[in-house]
Design a protein around this ligand. Sequence first.
Ligand code: AMP
Length: 281
Amino acid sequence: MKICRTVEETRAAVAALKTGGKRLGFVPTMGALHDGHMSLVALAREVTDFVAVSIFVNPTQFGEDTDLQNYPRNEARDLAMLQEAGVDLVFLPEVETIYPPGHETIVETTRLANILHGAVRPGHFRGVTSVVTRLFNIVQPDVAVFGEKDYQQLQVIKRMVADLHMPVTILGGPTQREADGLAMSSRNARLNDADRAAAVVLHKALNAAADLAQTGISVAAIRALIEAIIASEPRASLKGLDTVTPDTLEPVEGPLTQPLAVMLSVQFSDILLIDQKVIQP
Ligand code: AMP
């Protein structure tokens, strides 16, 4: 496994891997790796010849500095996991490598970045598209894989790639879950025991919504069921419930006639968890 820290090293390593028309898959991460990340690596490996992973805690997508400072980092453990998974290249840049002195260029999806989670976290998706563009330009992957767990992020990236004619195919990977259904996340480790047990309520609510869904049922009824299930868990506080079209993320009302993306954010103590499901009528 080749470990690269500079743009030049990465470009040279990528050129060597891509000789003879070999295809490169890419999984961008912020480290603190878990089985969710590793499932994206496995998906990339299935569809390409070589796999690159980046580990970069991107400052421009964080709001408060404390969030950025508290982000878990464990390079040695991450590298061991990637080695074990047979990853070919790891890109581990410093902040100054990604954002050189004097940098001023941003990339933004103007509508998608500023609705739903983006309305609550101003600048977050602009940070994501600005870093992913830079990573794509350095790593030059043929395929890049993102988790469906960060559903709005996946749609933002797909829009950006289409709009800017980026020569990369974007794939979404299904959300990996703990045994009780909680979506894997590096934030889960920060939950206390009682909140950890209560956090299963997100998955429960989304599954109940999928079970209730049938053609003609109102979106309002689906929302009411989810709200009631979250309210039944005293440790949970509902922060966001969006019922939207799966690709453009526009609000859906009235009777259910087409697939509906349900995006849920729920807070436990000071930790915000997200989960999502596309439910079928
Ligand atoms: P992060 O390191 O949190 O930026 O995540 C890196 C990638 O892993 C993103 O594309 C996430 O959507 C994805 N990811 C995070 N959690 C999961 C999960 N539980 N299952 C699948 N993919 C995930």
